[in-house]
Design a protein around this ligand. Structure first.
Ligand SMILES: [Zn+2]
Length: 71
């Protein structure tokens, strides 16, 4: 029996589409362990954003993100 964990966008709440465990759309997944010099020392924060939410948040940055080809 296959367990299905539905991934949801933290920005808008929509389900991220997947097929047989493979994510089928653009999604940013973050797992971050906050360190000693933060106010969240010892906490791991995880979230994901669909591509539309990522683009929306990215536009609010003061500096543009660094974009490089990786293929
Ligand atoms: Zn979203």
């Amino acid at each position: 029996m296959e367990t299905k964990k539905v991934l949801r966008c933290n920005g808008c709440g929509k389900n991220i589409s997947s097929e047989n465990g493979m994510i089928r759309e653009g999604v940013l997944q973050v797992d971050w362990n906050w360190g000693y010099f933060s106010e969240k020392d010892g906490e791991k924060h995880s979230f994901c954003l669909c591509e539309a939410c990522y683009d929306r948040i990215r536009k609010s940055f003061v500096l543009p993100v660094t974009v490089e080809d990786y293929l």
